[in-house]
Design a protein around this ligand. Sequence first.
Ligand code: GUN
Ligand code: ZN
Length: 431
Amino acid sequence: MQSWRAALLRFDDDGHALFDRDGLLVVGQNDAGRAVVLAAGDHAALAPRFADVPCTPLPGRILAPGFVDMHIHYPQVDVIGSPADGLLPWLEHYTFPAEARFADPAHAAETARFFCDELLRHGVTTALTFCTSHPASVDALMTEAQSRSLRLIAGKCLQDRHSPDGVRDATEQSLIDTEALIRRWHGVDRLGYAITPRFAPTSTEAQLRGAGELAARYGDVWIQSHVAENLAEIDWARSLFPDARSYLAVYDDHGLMRRRAVYAHCIHFDDDDRRLMQRTQTAAAVCPTSNLFLGSGNFDFAAAERVPFAHGLASDVGGGTSFSPFHTMLAAYYAGRASSTGAAPKAGLSLSPERLWWLHTAGAARALDLEGVVGNLQPGCEADFVVLNPEATPLLARRTAQAESLAELLFALIVLGDDRVIEQTVISQAK
Ligand code: GUN
Ligand code: ZN
């Protein structure tokens, strides 16, 4: 057993932030030998029970759950900041050529190492990650994540049409490869597999159908894809699947919407789409830095509360511009403020800092069907956490010193913070 004494942030079951100015976090092993939270709360109340447990005092620091990134592409670290008119030219000119390089396992291994370093440097301890269409790109990332005990979910991209040589796969082989990767990696240590059709326009009906069959056969495997990000993409998808009620419905028609299915973007939805998300327990990964960078539009947070469906935050590196959860939370705030995807401007929404933080930790874990496992520091959760330094820069020190409430403190961190705030990232280890 081990404990840390510092300010402590966690969330209750309703998503409300709990904050102890002088808190104690006690970590021990569960029956499986994995480091989990045994107790968390006010130091004075807990300390007598754990008087024998070695304690690391961290005065002036904040302990908080490790961040959960619901959608990121590890092969795209080298395309961050590549400008384009929009999604489709960005894919063609930068992304597909960069991903073609992952035919080389040495390049995949080097990038996987760099990627995991970046996640941890930014305090991200769980991620749902795209790989490329090359099966070895999955092996490279899983191997790296396993060596660090990271909770990582990843999958090989399925894209058997409208994709250039070097990234296009073959229908039957792609499904054979996917099943082999599920068997090799899903449930090994903290790793999970996600069936990963890139997006409907780059898969044939046969590939989508095969992916749906695998999703039915392996019910606790995740599914990840993209939907309703960009108007040109939507027109294209509609022309390729003219019989579907909407772009989103294409995935439902192929058995790809269910618990543990996660779709990035979900911007240009109508209420029928939102009800479909809700009914199927499918989750949205909201990617605000990517949406702003590629000019895709803004996720409608108000509509996602009016017709509730699971959603959480994601970086979408390399369409997204930063690994930093602080940058993503701030961009989500801006997106909520803008809040309009249609012709008529609507009054903006002012998402609270507690809500933004929840959407990138416990809320994202819930959307990934990992509630109570990661994204929180309640008893039983795996002990993935960050040590935050609210004085990491002169301006942060000045501003946070004047914060009179938790909301003010969290908002100062969101607006002014970046990787300098993450003093340490602690990953739950197994014995
Ligand atoms: N749609 C299909 N592929 C991609 C991708 O790599 N990034 C984003 N943002 N959207 C996509
Ligand atoms: Zn993406």
